[in-house]
Write a protein that binds this ligand. Structure first.
Ligand SMILES: [Zn+2]
Length: 301
């Protein structure tokens, strides 16, 4: 499907889902009758917002495009989408790069090693032929005297110890909020406006909009420790707990974002999760794999 057609279809589906749950708003504000409401800032946009340059409503990929797919595609406003790119997704991207350094298929990354009292800059990458990570030092970026000293030290028999440090760094808080945003958008796409626009989800939106602040009372991102068969879904799924505390969980690559259950209280959920040991002893059932388009399951469209 062409990008313009997809945007249009997402607009129609979203506007129709919103009005099925908020007919009162449409009556009081007829200008919103054919509007799409951004799930993050709750801003209402008319269809003409698709045609402006740049469009005020944009297709957002969840998780962000620098991660691996499959991707959920949905509409968010240009402002929410581009802010997340710089404030949140860039940190998630850097964490992924850092975790993959030296892995097959990963790009070469600049790292610094400390060896024999010298610091050397080099590239670390996966050598396909050797089937192992390889560190390459170029004379261009390093002091030739330091290089000589290291080579001399390496020629001596015995063990030597090196410390490696990447020049890539990220902010842990921003990564957590980037993943909270991923979880929120997946839950919105699955369950719709009638779930996302309840007061229990307000603190979550506030946390996403203010990533620098510590707004939620406990952990909302935890390692997957529960027993549910995720292999079938490539480790990514939309889950619901079948034991206390009742909650929604969005599992993505070994981590889960926890959100309040339908009708649940976010403050109570995060306070309770805070008291649980990791990995968490809870039972879940899979409600869906990774959505690629919004389903708005609890909105009657
Ligand atoms: Zn927005």
């Amino acid at each position: 499907m062409k990008k313009e057609d997809l945007r249009h279809q997402l607009f129609i589906d979203g506007a129709s889902a919103f009005h099925s749950v908020r007919p009162d708003i449409a009556r009081q504000h007829p200008e919103l009758l054919d509007a799409y409401v951004c799930p993050l800032c709750l801003g209402a946009f008319p269809e003409s917002a698709l045609a402006t340059r740049p469009p005020r409503l944009t297709i957002e990929h969840v998780p962000p495009r620098n991660q691996s797919g499959p991707f959920l595609k949905l509409l968010t406003c240009h402002s929410c989408n581009s802010r997340a790119g710089t404030e949140l997704d860039s940190h998630l991207d850097r964490r992924t790069r850092l975790r993959r350094i030296g892995a097959p298929g990963a790009p070469a990354e600049r790292i610094q090693i400390s060896l024999a009292g010298e610091h050397l800059q080099g590239q670390l990458y996966h050598d396909e032929k050797a089937g192992a990570p390889r560190f390459e030092v170029s004379g261009r970026f390093n002091d030739p005297i330091s290089l000589d000293r290291v080579i001399t030290a390496l020629r001596k028999p015995g063990n030597w110890e090196a410390q490696a440090q990447s020049v890539v760094s990220y902010n842990k808080r921003r990564v957590r909020v980037a993943l909270l945003r991923v979880g929120y958008l997946v839950a919105f796409a699955e369950l719709g406006y009638s779930y996302a626009f309840t007061t229990n989800l307000e603190p979550i939106r506030a946390q996403i909009q203010q990533p620098k602040e510590d707004l939620l009372p406990g952990p909302f991102l935890l390692r997957n420790g529960y027993t549910v068969e995720l292999d079938r879904f490539d480790g990514r799924a939309f889950l619901e707990s079948t034991t206390e505390p009742r909650c929604i969980a969005v599992a993505i690559n070994g981590e889960s974002i926890f959100l309040p259950a339908r009708g649940g209280d976010s403050a109570a959920l995060y306070t309770e999760l805070d008291q649980r040991p990791e990995p968490i002893p809870m039972t879940f059932r899979v409600l869906d794999g990774w959505p690629t388009r919004p389903a708005y399951r609890t909105d009657s469209t």
